[in-house]
Design a protein around this ligand. Structure first.
Ligand SMILES: Nc1ncnc2c1ncn2[C@@H]1O[C@H](COP(=O)(O)OP(=O)(O)OP(=O)(O)O)[C@@H](O)[C@H]1O
Ligand SMILES: [Mg+2]
Length: 406
């Protein structure tokens, strides 16, 4: 037992990945085994759980550590340019390609490429990735000559790739090639025993960095933190601790302070035990429901706005029609219109008829804007909730000229 603890401590220190839970111990052992090899690795885990940290540890403890570690967020690159970004292009291969351009694979030569959110790559690009994985070669866009590179591939996804394969959005052959070595990063709520270690580390690092006093947490404080759900995993815990340590500089952090900050940060979807929300849904489901609620509220507002405008227009102010004859519902609002506006129980798609003069684009823009605000401009969460590829979301944000308001 003593030996095991020592080993776990040693691996935590070696990789800078904290945790003594069974899930983290198993993960550290796998990293120790596979890091020095050239084998490709798939890292699975929820957003904020530590996938990038694992990828960096794999690179740092390989014989490639002195060569580049290139991180590519596949979800953030527009589909139209992803191949040229990854594999480079020849001058003149498309409008705007004025010079030969090196892709990420070439830049990573000798080192490691980390393909984050690999589930977001278009199917056509997946074929090319499979070829690099199997043969170490690829064709730059517009070139007829294959290039060879010596790159280790580490990929990550917070989506369930098996489901993507079933849905036909991820290639089965690529999945099978990648999944041979899979490291699953456990979600924070499935390793609550690690929360105290992490909270302490984040708090003391933050205190040292900012030269402020941190005297520790009370037992009760640990308990409350370990009961929280942390849908944003370690990233969320880290941000939470850091803001609390900075704002509450000085004494021991007790339960009341934790409650205060949890309440301030919580949204109902975080399924915080402090809030009376149902626990029988997973976070994705709950978030999607929230977006749907927003959609219905938007529909209702638009319907109400239209109704008000219509009443304004139809009110027989100074006209010949008498007040008795006037029936706004019959005159202005067709039946289906009224029905649509109050049909909250069915999560139907927006009915364009109901939206009157608003174009589909305006409605979409509004929905994206509200969802972004709802998720504090976290694009990944927003895309997830809207069931939209992250790349599509980035494009729409750009197209609609949506900017974060400060
Ligand atoms: N086990 C751990 N010990 C210490 N710090 C950790 C651990 N896991 C994650 N972190 C820290 O938490 C933050 C989030 O981790 P990381 O960026 O690796 O998550 P991710 O899974 O890649 O998230 P995303 O899916 O959103 O890209 C980082 O600051 C990272 O250093
Ligand atoms: Mg990441």
């Amino acid at each position: 037992m003593y030996f095991e603890n020592n080993r776990n401590d040693a691996l935590q220190n070696k990789f800078g990945i904290l945790g003594k839970s069974a899930g983290v111990q198993a993960m550290l052992e796998t990293i120790e085994q596979v890091a020095p090899t050239d084998i490709s690795v798939l890292i699975a885990g929820e957003s904020g759980s530590g996938k990038e940290l694992v990828a960096a540890a794999l690179h740092k403890h390989s014989k490639r550590s002195h060569k580049p570690f290139i991180i590519v967020n596949c979800g953030a690159i527009p589909a139209g340019i992803i191949e040229s970004e990854l594999f480079g292009h020849k001058k003149g291969s498309f409008t705007g390609a004025q010079i030969d351009r090196k892709g990420y694979f070439q830049s990573a030569d000798g080192g490691t490429i980390f393909l984050d959110e690999i589930g977001e790559t278009p199917l056509g690009t997946q074929v090319k990735l499979l070829r690099v994985l199997e043969q170490g070669e690829f064709l730059p866009v517009g070139s007829s000559k294959s290039m060879r590179v010596d790159v280790r591939i580490v990929a990550a996804s917070n989506r369930n790739l098996e489901k993507e394969v079933d849905a036909g959005t991820f290639r089965k052959d690529l999945y099978y090639r990648l999944k041979a070595i899979t490291i699953t990063v456990p979600s924070l709520r499935n390793r609550r025993e690690d929360i105290a270690i992490l909270a302490n580390k984040f708090a003391s690092d933050c205190a040292i960095r900012n030269q402020i006093l941190f005297k520790g947490f009370s037992e009760g404080a640990y308990k409350v933190m370990s009961q929280n759900r942390w849908p944003g995993n370690i990233r969320e815990l880290k941000n939470f601790i850091e803001s609390m340590v900075i704002l509450e500089k000085g004494g021991v952090i007790k339960t009341d302070v934790i409650y205060r900050y949890l309440n301030a940060e919580s949204t109902p979807t975080e399924l915080n035990p402090l809030l009376p929300v149902k626990l029988d849904k997973n976070v994705d489901q709950a978030e999607r429901e929230l977006i749907l609620q927003q959609l219905f509220m938007l529909r209702r507002e638009i319907a109400e706005m239209k109704e008000i405008m219509a009443r304004g227009l139809a009110t027989p102010r100074g006209s010949e029609a008498s007040a008795d004859e006037y029936n706004p519902d019959l005159e202005v609002l067709p039946d289906d219109h009224v029905h649509e506006a109050h049909a909250e129980e069915s999560p139907a798609i927006l009915n364009p008829q109901m939206l009157g003069n608003l174009t589909a684009a305006q409605v979409e823009k509004e929905l994206i804007l509200r969802s972004l605000e709802r998720f504090n401009y976290n694009k990944r969460k927003t895309a997830l909730a809207l069931q939209m590829a992250e790349r599509t979301l980035y494009r729409k944000i750009k197209d609609y000229g949506i900017a974060k308001e400060n």
